[in-house]
Design a protein around this ligand. Structure first.
Ligand SMILES: CC(C)(COP(=O)(O)OP(=O)(O)OC[C@H]1O[C@@H](n2cnc3c(N)ncnc32)[C@H](O)[C@@H]1OP(=O)(O)O)[C@@H](O)C(=O)NCCC(=O)NCCS
Length: 367
């Protein structure tokens, strides 16, 4: 029996939810190109698709919007739990603590339900915004039911009705974060659920996996890079200097995608809409072209292209989101994928139980 480091290439199950094909640059959600959904559909429409397997009719969409808007208000006891957590507790652990505490509200049942998935998804941005504003000493902004999910998130964070271009850009980002195959957090969620645990426990497991920098790694390093480069003229010498020293250019290359990351392409379109006229966008585009050319020169044949982090950085910066909520924001998109996988796991469950190879000493003598 051989071990496979990081389970690379091991198939852990079948899914109808999403396809990631790194060679072809495909990202498919339930039979639709994710990049097209991101620029043409709302957060609620794509969430409905991932949960139910088909796009909603107008009545189904209206029902989901109403259900999500009604589930946004923070229960009083959840506010108290957040307030009791010391300011030094990272936001991802605040999310884990509050999702665990929600197990009380009929959310800790077997089998898990779609209603639980919808409620957790609707509530996550409220928890993030509540904690964020509390830590900044700002008054809490109550959710506005007439706003869609993405618009309401920005509203609760900033206290102002957001511009349409900002809503569309955030919505595209959240949609592209929703699903990405058997990644570490999705797998963690499915493993927890496979013990016939519950929706809250499984989402807590997934949040724990997402917290690590190797998974939910923030695009903040791309932001520092673009700030450091500053002007088009500095791009080539700056990138050459990093590559000469054997360093990595942030926002390029991917473990799975060996062609253009489809999420980067869709985010580029969404970014263009939002900040297309901004000179900083011009610099970012120039950095992208220069980096791809120089990466081919320094690392020929490695097929290094722009990844999702590059344009995520551009969008999150233009939205003026605090870097400390980048990973939680990513999480508020990915929760749709997690809960879809949790429901799929429950529908055809078998407990995960891989084996290990013992490499420790044996006791002395015969048994
Ligand atoms: C994402 C990443 C970790 C994938 O790593 P990986 O699958 O292990 O990539 P590989 O090690 O197969 O890379 C192949 C070669 O390209 C180089 N390379 C990969 N990404 C690079 C980058 N961004 N800048 C410079 N060189 C890079 C590697 O050093 C390696 O060179 P070598 O063959 O001379 O040793 C890597 O591309 C990276 O660190 N990118 C920058 C960080 C980033 O943007 N992360 C967000 C990912 S969504």
């Amino acid at each position: 029996m051989a071990t496979v480091s990081g389970l690379e290439g091991v198939v852990a199950g079948e899914t109808e939810i999403g396809l990631v094909d790194g060679e072809k640059g495909y990202l498919v959600y339930r039979g639709y190109w994710a990049k097209e959904l991101a620029i043409s559909r709302s957060y609620e429409e794509v969430a409905y698709l991932l949960w139910n397997g088909h796009l909603p009719s107008s009545e189904e969409l209206e029902m989901l919007k109403l259900e999500m808007a009604a589930a946004r208000a923070m229960p009083e006891y959840l506010c108290r739990i957040v307030d009791l957590l010391p300011a030094s507790v990272p936001m991802m652990l605040v999310l884990q603590s509050t999702v665990a505490a929600l197990g009380e509200q009929g959310n800790a049942t077997w089998p898990p339900t779609l209603r639980q998935a919808v409620r957790l998804t609707a509530l996550l941005p409220s928890i993030i915004a509540y904690r964020y504003r509390r830590l900044k000493g700002l008054p809490i902004v109550e959710p506005l039911p007439e706003l869609g999910h993405a618009a309401n998130y920005l509203y609760m964070l900033n206290g102002q009705i957001p511009e349409e271009a900002h809503v569309q850009a955030l919505s595209a980002y959240l949609i592209l974060c929703m699903e990405h195959g058997m990644n570490a957090s999705t797998f963690a969620g499915r493993v927890v659920l496979s013990t016939e645990s519950d929706m809250c426990a499984a989402v807590c497991g997934a949040i724990g996996a997402m917290k690590g920098p190797l998974h939910g790694g923030a695009p903040s390093e791309v932001i520092s890079m673009l700030a450091d480069i500053g002007t088009k003229e500095r791009a080539e010498p700056w990138i050459r200097e990093v590559l000469d020293k054997g360093g990595k250019i942030m926002g390029f290359g991917h473990r799975i995608y060996k062609t253009k990351d489809p999420r980067a392409e869709a985010l580029k379109i969404a970014t263009e809409e939002m900040i297309g006229k901004d000179p900083s966008f011009d610099v970012a585009i120039h950095v992208e072209h220069t980096a791809i050319r120089l990466l081919e020169e320094y690392k020929p044949g490695r097929r290094l292209f722009t990844n999702v982090e590059f344009y995520a950085a551009a969008i999150l910066q233009a939205l003026e989101l605090d870097p400390e909520i980048f990973t939680p924001t990513f999480t508020s998109g990915r929760i749709v994928g997690w809960t879809s996988h949790i429901l799929e796991q429950a529908a055809n469950n078998r407990i995960f139980r891989p084996q290990s190879i013992y490499t420790g000493p044996m006791p002395e003598g015969e048994f």
